[in-house]
Ligand binder design. Structure first.
Ligand code: CP
Length: 332
């Protein structure tokens, strides 16, 4: 039984198989590959795209989706092993995962990092606990990475460029009034490097570097592919000659648990917004973002409304890649 928790657990060929079937599903959306199958979708955090695309995608394949929000419309869950449960949690992950496995053929989970304790967030406790105790496959709908977004991102880029090998890829940090989690940024580096692109990470300074775990994984992928991985804090150097610009905001890992303190330094970097002047440095690059996006904070209206922006196409492709992934996991 295989889970989909990180794309690093899957080979490029396996991921390409999912992408290829997603392209078929985009043309022929109604299939019966999930007929009589049920999927539990657990959201510990809000969602628009992920919930809609999973719930609808499961229906379009003939399956049933059960959406639960633990601690809201389902009981709060305890994740600590061998603990005295005298707090708020009403049941333990051991029972939750096993009972849901009795009812459903697959469990998908969204559980963002809490941004209080870095080590705890890096352990990705919630999704890994589901994987440990479930007897059915588990899909990551965004934790400390966002692998479903990665698939949609690569599908979109392949639709524009075909083979991505050797393309110049920029992941740029952007400003946002709050410190956001690093999931999509971590994912962007891993998938761009895995698919053979020369990857650049642009962020304001060393305080905004992503965690070493993800930088090392990106470097390893680039080493395997014979491509380059570069970190820069110079905006012009980052954008120059890029074929693809992907934007995301994230909070500094050096200020974990101290959002107020971090805001004092972050507010100096509002100029990292994606605008037409920066995009003009690229090789007529495609621009994308996972969404949601605050216009004129992360990217200007002009960029968002330009022909180069493919963020809506990427969001649309979430539906097709997830349907392909669900089909593969339930078939295998
Ligand atoms: N990109 C994405 O996952 O969107 P939602 O948070 O709306 O699901």
């Amino acid at each position: 039984m295989k889970n989909f928790i990180s794309t690093q657990d899957w080979s490029k060929a396996e991921l390409q198989e999912i992408l290829d079937y997603a392209k078929d599903l985009k043309k022929n959306k109604f299939q019966q590959t999930l007929k009589n199958k049920s999927v539990a979708l657990l959201f510990f955090n809000p969602s628009m795209r992920t919930r809609t695309s999973f719930e609808l995608g499961i229906q379009e394949l003939g399956g049933y989706a059960i959406v639960l929000h633990p601690a809201k419309d389902a009981w709060p869950i305890e994740f600590k092993p061998n603990t005295l449960m005298d707090g708020e949690s009403e049941e333990h992950i051991i029972e939750v995962a096993k009972v849901l496995s009795e009812y459903c053929d697959l469990i998908a989970v969204r559980a963002f990092p809490k941004f209080i304790n870095l080590e705890e967030d890096l352990s990705d406790k919630v999704i890994n606990s589901f994987a440990k105790y479930s007897t059915v496959p588990v899909i990551n709908m965004e934790t400390i990475t966002h692998p479903c977004q990665e698939l949609a991102h690569i599908m979109t880029m392949q639709e524009h460029f075909g083979d991505l090998s050797g393309k110049d890829y920029l992941l740029t940090w952007t400003y946002h009034p709050k410190p956001l989690n690093t999931a999509v940024a971590n994912s962007s580096l891993m998938i761009a490097s895995k698919f053979g692109m020369n990857v650049k990470l642009l962020c304001p300074n060393k305080e905004y570097l992503l965690h070493q775990n993800y930088l090392e994984q990106a470097q390893k992928n680039c080493d395997v592919n014979g491509t380059s991985f570069q970190i820069t804090h110079n905006i012009e150097e980052g954008y120059r000659n890029a074929h693809i610009v992907y934007a995301k905001s994230w909070g500094s890992l050096n200020y974990y648990g101290n959002p107020e303190e971090e805001k004092l330094i972050r507010d100096d970097f509002k100029h990292f917004i994606v605008d037409e002047q920066k995009m003009s440095l690229t090789k007529d690059a495609k621009f994308s973002h996972c969404l949601p996006l605050r216009r004129n904070i992360k990217a200007t209206d002009a960029v968002m409304d330009s022909d180069s922006c493919v963020a809506i196409q990427e969001a649309g492709n979430r539906l097709h890649v997830q349907k392909s992934l669900l089909t593969k996991l339930l078939k295998d």
